[in-house]
Design a protein around this ligand. Sequence first.
Ligand code: BES
Ligand code: ZN
Length: 431
Amino acid sequence: MSKFLSGELIKLGASVELRELGKQEGTDVDLPPIVLARYGSDPAKRNILVYGHYDVQPALVEDGWDTDPFTLTKIDDKLYGRGSTDDKGPVIGWINSIEAHQKAGIEFPVNLVMCFEGMEEYGSDGLDDLIKAEKDKFFKDVDATCICDNYWLGTTHPVLTYGIRGCSYYALTVSGPSADLHSGIFGGMVSEPLIDLTHVLAQLVSPQGKILIPGVMDLVAPLTAKEEKLYDDIKYTMQDLYDATGSKTNLFDNEKESLMARWRYPTLSIHGIEGAFSAPGAKTVIPAKVIGKFSLRTVPDITPRALDELVFKYINEVWEKLGSKNKMEIKLLHDGMWWLSSPTHWNFEAAKKATKAVWNVEPDLTREGGSIPVTLTFEEELQKNVLLLPMGRGDDGAHSINEKLDMSNYINGVKTLSAYLHYVAVEPATA
Ligand code: BES
Ligand code: ZN
């Protein structure tokens, strides 16, 4: 993907560097390089940094895809494929914008500074360090940043986003016997790792979504009346939630509490168990070693280190109480910070005008529940405003089966990104 992107960019006349990041920590695997590119170097123009990611979540046909997830397939007016909306479509969108300007013979309005990475879905390994190292070099003259890696809240109304949650991802390993055992022979004679693990996992969160790790909720910034009022104007209905999840499995009965749970409170999700028997059929096995994966979405004012301390302490206490002779290890796999800004900066003003020009409506201003780990790093290190300007819709199925991008969102999305560049080129710098 990094070679493909650099090829496309070079064809369009951009200068491109593939920055190698060395090995992934604790492994012998090369990290995917970061694509650092620049298009234009006119000192009279603004330098706009755009960020996106070319890596994607895993996808297997067996998960239930109707098409091959790694062959982009157009059906009716939708483009299906892993990454169509998250985030290959938007990354290609920036490149389309350059190409469209060239073909139409229109001068490109800004110098485009591009940073496309390949580890976003795994906590952006290596990128924080690169941003810190390059802030006075590659990123030195950036005036504002735009990230296109999020979605509309629903399916009809465009949004601009000024907040996202962080994510801390943990692996809890329980091991005992040296190999998987026959449950008829050894069941009842030995402590079973999967029984221990499920007991611990069950004590992390209630079925109603309440985080059971003491102290986590105490770190959450209090809700102010001003913030609470903002939720009244958001165009989002319970039907949007039913449609996007294909179910009525909502934990809250109203829009406001549902959105608050997604945007401004932490949540804990259990993702899976490595090593557990998961194939079809009935295998009478005692798995010898199992790894439970769970993550917490973090919000102001939770810091990753304070959270780690609470998680590790609680898991150790719960484990002690089990009195098991198995071995337990809890590890943080990756973390990324939350980000919360204010949508009044000129960078947002330009995006509002672009949205209005293309979609003929004012965008809603939203926060989001997902995470883009480097958002805060860009803001803090470069000391420049960051804006999240989405391309896709709330029902695109990012991370799920049959991920799609509607053609109209793709085409109008490229127009919106392009219009944004034209507006941000001339927007008076007010803040
Ligand atoms: N595009 C998403 C982030 C996102 C999700 C923004 C929902 C707005 C709404 C991004 O590619 C993503 O999925 N990030 C991971 C990061 C994590 C592994 C640290 C995520 O949120 O799970
Ligand atoms: Zn993603």
